[in-house]
Design a protein. Structure first.
Length: 94
């Protein structure tokens, strides 16, 4: 299995990733080159971290996790539902 480092979505240099200690790669990206994942591929990942002592070793690859199905399409615009009043908002969408 070949692994590709993602520095666009999962870089610790990104202040948002650094602060939250998480990152997210869109399914649409995982379905494109160089990943080329397709249904029903599992997203297999290895991670490593860095601190003042340097880089850690890579983790073992995960054996369970997200399975590629398909990226969601564009949803319809949300609409105001009939339960909306001065105290609550009722939002509906497809």
């Amino acid at each position: 299995m070949t692994y590709f480092e993602d520095i666009l979505y999962c870089s610790g240099a990104n202040p948002i990733n650094f602060a939250s200690r998480t990152c997210e790669i869109p399914i649409s990206v995982l379905r494109m080159s160089p990943y080329n994942l397709d249904y029903p591929n599992i997203v297999v990942a290895k991670v490593r971290s860095r601190n003042i002592n340097g880089w850690s070793d890579y983790s073992e690859p995960n054996t369970q996790g997200a399975i590629i199905f398909t990226e969601p399409g564009q949803m319809n615009a949300p609409t105001r539902g009939p339960l909306t009043n001065q105290y609550q908002i009722d939002v509906q969408w497809d």
